[in-house]
Design a protein around this ligand. Sequence first.
Ligand SMILES: [Zn+2]
Length: 501
Amino acid sequence: KRRKQDSKIKNTDAHKSTTPRKMDITSFIPFAEKACEFLTASPDPFHSVQNNTVKLEAAGYVQLSKRDPFAGKLEPGGKYYYTFNKTTLVAFAVGSKYKAGNGFKIIGGHTDSPNLKVKPHSKKSGSGCVMLGVECYGGGLWHTWLDRDLGISGRVLVRAQTNGKEIIEQKFVKIAKPVARVSSLCIHLQTAEERKSLSLCKETHLGPILGTAGILEHGARSQLTGGDQEDFWRKNQDPLLLELIANKLEIEVKNIADFELNLFDCQPATLGGLKDEFLYSARLDNQATCFVSIESLIAHTSGGGLDNDEDISMICLFDHEEVGSSSAHGAGSPIVSEAVRRISTALSEEKGTLNPDLYSACIRKSFLLSVDQAHAIHPNFPNKHEKNHAPKMNAGVVMKTNQNQRYTTNSVTGFIIREIVRKANITPVQEFVVRNDCPCGSTIGPILSTATGIRTVDAGMPQLSMHSCREVMGIVDLTNCLELFQGFFTHFREIDDYLEG
Ligand SMILES: [Zn+2]
């Protein structure tokens, strides 16, 4: 409470130089614990999107059907969302002072993380063990998946009846107990060369073990091979896996029509470090952004933030970033340009038609904050960062610059973010540029700005162990990020207006 009041008072001196926030760690813990809950409950993009839509609905957001025209359904002050494939989420709120052709303030992130996904032909065995066929998704640090207690989650297509007609229901399943494990090879059986290289063959060394064949022979296996009407898909799955899913969903095995599953680490997200100043979890990249961005949109649109808002405030969380974003619901798809066009059209004076010139004007007034986790400096590998661009955990959101356009930030878009920091009097951003002799990651930022022409900046919360099965970040940065997002929704228009003269 006190912190809030302090920042209100300081806001009147917004242009004075700022000092980093006083580190009373306990005040950051409640928000970090909320993040832990979200992370543990979101082992895959399906659950991430679902958990965020539950929060949006509770905050008064209305689901739109993408297959029907938006015209007649949107109004200034309104709050809406829709999804693609149940793994990509678009949520937005219309400012009460919105006029057709006004801009979009967009925060973009991604819902997917590297993991092991179950293959279409998942049934596999070897050396007396019941195994699971899996495919590596994205660029995981695969050795970190060894010897972890793994659960299974994802989407299951289930045959059901309604009014005597057959339908297919999509159910999400989360088996949060250690049913699978990828075991490492003991050190004694490794040659000196193998010990040194720590290398794994992605096809042969990452097979999860579900059980031992002898134990399972007399159980579900024998029951399920006869009797049921088998189809060609089900024959490719281990009966025990199907039984596990059926029990969890309280359905019959024969009604499982298909599935899309992945493995995840069962260990819940937790706070750690001497003062609980760290958050240890899987999928911080980029579920941390999914969590903070929706929290910030709800905060902006619940507390009277829309009253003086002339623009659309929007969050877009995409699937498939970890594999390049090229898919029907990845950032490389038309989702953002389509959203801008459809929403602007639905809110135009002659509802249902939009002057193309007005659409282009709207694009030029819009701004995208592309948010993905950033690399903090690692105390065991300090030489991996250039010392002037070495962000620290718990020290602020990182702004990423790369002149080769792996990141989108330039002097103007970077200035807008720094100016938001000054206006809102929040923790300054830290600057990151990758070393010249080091390869650089990329984000959805360059993809979205190329596709839409919207000015973009790349930023994110600093963390270690990116793409590990278990990552770490500082809890203060969750609040730093929340305040930056709220500052963006509150101050962007004013800054953009005086920037453009
Ligand atoms: Zn990422």
